[in-house]
Design a protein around this ligand. Sequence first.
Ligand code: DO4
Ligand code: MG
Length: 308
Amino acid sequence: MRYYQVILDDSGRKTVLVESNGRFYDLSNGSNSFTNTIDLFKCANDSEKHVDEISSDIIKNQKPIDGIQIEGLTIKGLVHSDFPEILSPVDAPEVWAFGVTYMDSMKERQAESGVPDVYAKVYNADRPEAFFKGTKDRIQNPGDLVGIRGDSNWNVPEPELAFMLIDGKIVGYTVGNDMSSRTIEGENPLYLPQAKIYDKSLALGPCISSTNSVPDPQNLLVNMTIYRVDDKTRRNLIFKGTANTSQMKRNCEYLADWLQRHNHVPDGTVVLTGTGIIPPPEFTLQKDDIINIEIQNIGKLTNSVTIV
Ligand code: DO4
Ligand code: MG
């Protein structure tokens, strides 16, 4: 099942929707009621049940919500309706990221850097590269703007499979965009935090897919398209790329294990697993570009670009 955090109507009330067989149910309607995904997944963990079992129990006597449709893997409200407003699927207290987990990521960073050895070393070492990416207030929702830094002239999105941890275990998956400045990272690897953490540099969504819905996280297609709007307001496709999570050198369980060595992370922590799609060196994002990242069995995350 897939879990969305949404605002359903103009009351501003936030709730969790679950999608089951293309229909949506409100998990705040029931004796056991949930208005955020962390509480829901924690409840499943505490009661030693799968989250989909808890949800199935809640929705078994409920009618699906009218007027919400699934389009591809994106949820849409009624035509002309601003609702549901889709929020980030988890209010993650911490977001971490791994880098250089795909061969292509290693090669591209070697090309941009004056010290290419560090990337080969980390790709080949047992210890992966982990970095802190943000806190919940830094997460952009689906449909929100993502940022490129005003002091950087080479900027890219990084489409990444992300997982969520409860009690140290992987309980679901989402789509992440690890927005990055290649100018700053290329100048000196010690500038990594500035290349990676700045206003609007992280987006997550649209949902958390439970582990039942992602039976093999190491075999998922990842697609990214980028559109540029011309002066006639036409959208032109300017980049299209594909990867598969089977190309990851280290799997999600391995990354979860390394992250949590001597480092406890709070429930609801989200972890980005690295990018396998890197636009060519002449490509840089511009204001108003539209980025779509779609991961099989999860959904599509769409954001447009602003300068921060
Ligand atoms: O080494 C820098 C970061 C790499 C990264 O974010 C990635 O490979 O996705
Ligand atoms: Mg990345």
